[in-house]
Design a protein around this ligand. Structure first.
Ligand SMILES: [Zn+2]
Length: 238
């Protein structure tokens, strides 16, 4: 039969199915064959070419990233699912609605199927956090401090929070001849919602604190710069 050749042409868009059916002496047989052949092509395609690959998901740059166990997938954008490849992270991310991690994961898995015929198996579960229900607080007692310390350390041990070294000071003091920077004791970044917690231990009578930066960007630096005015020794705060 000439059917495979006809199918090739059909799939290549050279002729339409209606034109073909109309020119055949037995259109019903053709349609039956056409469906059968395409089902077989589909089964071979999915059985033979689809492969599974493990991947892990994590929070990075306020987005959900999915890191496949191997390979690079720069062409993923061609799947037109809003999914892109981050060469530095060697991971995939969904651009449109980064805070919706269910949707992000769904689009990433779909894009990999469409573009690379890879069925991603995400091996870790995305942990829900309770950051929304927690607020900044001043630490005015040893008991509260110990409770908070245990809370943060547990979250870090469970993999919900990342224990980060503070990279920005909470206070800068400069008078032109001296420069001092104070850093908090701990930063904890939530892997689930991406917020950043600043935890500064108390040193009584100096109180400690916990502060929250919901978008993950630290903006808590107080800057205190004194400048000597010309001819006087007066200090003024900017
Ligand atoms: Zn969180």
């Amino acid at each position: 039969m000439r059917y495979p050749k006809i199918i090739d042409k059909l799939n290549g868009g050279i002729i339409t199915i209606i034109q073909l059916v109309l020119t055949l002496h037995n259109p019903i047989v053709f349609v039956k064959e056409y469906v059968r052949i395409n089902v077989i092509i589909f089964l071979i395609f999915y059985g033979g070419f689809m492969k599974t690959l493990e991947a892990t998901c994590y929070f990075h740059q306020n987005r959900i990233y999915v890191k496949p166990a191997e390979g690079t997938y720069e062409m993923i954008y061609r799947a037109a699912c809003g999914v892109y490849w981050d060469e530095e992270e060697k991971a995939l991310y969904f651009l449109d609605d980064p805070t919706n991690y269910q949707l992000s994961l769904k689009h990433i898995v779909l894009a990999m199927k469409n573009e690379y015929y890879i069925d991603l198996i995400i091996t870790n579960t995305f942990m829900q956090c309770d950051c929304n229900e927690r607020y900044a607080t001043e630490i005015n007692s040893i008991t509260l401090f110990e409770e908070l310390k245990v809370f943060f350390e547990r979250k870090a041990a469970n993999g919900v929070f990342i224990d980060e070294r503070p990279t920005k000071p909470y206070y800068i003091w400069d008078d032109g001849s001296g420069h001092i920077e104070y850093f908090a004791d701990k930063w904890y970044r939530c892997k689930s919602c991406g917020c950043l917690w600043e935890f500064n231990y108390p040193d009584f009578p100096k109180l400690g604190w916990v502060k929250k930066y919901e978008d993950g960007n630290y903006t808590g630096t107080d800057i205190c710069i004194y400048q000597r005015k010309d001819g006087t020794s007066t200090l003024s705060e900017i």
